[in-house]
Write a protein that binds this ligand. Sequence first.
Ligand SMILES: NC(=O)c1ccc[n+]([C@@H]2O[C@H](COP(=O)([O-])OP(=O)(O)OC[C@H]3O[C@@H](n4cnc5c(N)ncnc54)[C@H](O)[C@@H]3O)[C@@H](O)[C@H]2O)c1
Length: 264
Amino acid sequence: MILKGKRGIIFGALDEKSIAWKVAEQAHAEGAVFVLTNAPIALRMGAINKLAEATNSQIIGADVTKNEDIENLITQSVEILGGKLDFVLHSVGMSVNIRKGRHYTDLDYENMHRTLDISAISFHRVMQTCMKQDAMNEWGSIVTLSYIAAQRVFPDYNEMAEAKSMLESITRSFGYHFGKLKKVRVNSISQSPTKTTAGGGVKGFDGFFDYAEKMSPLGNASSEDCASYVITLFSDYTRMVTMQNLFHDGGFSYTGVSQEVVSS
Ligand SMILES: NC(=O)c1ccc[n+]([C@@H]2O[C@H](COP(=O)([O-])OP(=O)(O)OC[C@H]3O[C@@H](n4cnc5c(N)ncnc54)[C@H](O)[C@@H]3O)[C@@H](O)[C@H]2O)c1
């Protein structure tokens, strides 16, 4: 029960495969109370109701690109949960150009603006709104999810590479200000390829997944493992970790080449 008494908001549980879904299950098991949120269109799929029931949580719809939605979400969450927040999980990402099948060298820039808004700027929006509403408790923890294409080229990851680079930069920059003001810590977790709706949308995902599995001494990290790592970051055991991009990838990021890749 390492999250006993803690309150939070979890963004991005779409279905049982979602990383946010696993985080919600584990946070509940560790004693936390939280509000679940997703885009209104995702809520219409209905799967999240099952999670809300299982974790005794309320759901509030919010499009992360809309200020008024985020303001309303945070005000209502503090009211529903009966106090300020101790943690926020931002587990949100979407590339419009990938969805529309546009190659990286043929991007539509309106689509790209939207991709950056949903996948990176929204993290700033959520933190800025929390700060303006003074909605975070001291020593609170905010976590987002990234991918190693922020540092290295994975050609099919397309414009999401830019989105993740920006996301990691916002993590550092906002982490500085939130740390100074309220001792709130802000980190990104750079996760292995994971079989979810967002992951599967990337062209050649199975190839990525198998390659990373062969390269990583521990193999790919699952969504359950990722959730466990998130829980440690929400707990009081990691109070001095902030402004970091933390690789959670079975060793992939520091492996030059593996025997399995050489022999395949
Ligand atoms: N799956 C992977 O291989 C992988 C690897 C590294 C990082 N990540 C990151 O993990 C995070 C979670 O993705 P996932 O793999 O669990 O997939 P997922 O598809 O289950 O989650 C993505 C979520 O973003 C939400 N979303 C999209 N647009 C939104 C909007 N306008 N407003 C609010 N919510 C919106 C979706 O509804 C969905 O719930 C993403 O940031 C993703 O980039 C995923």
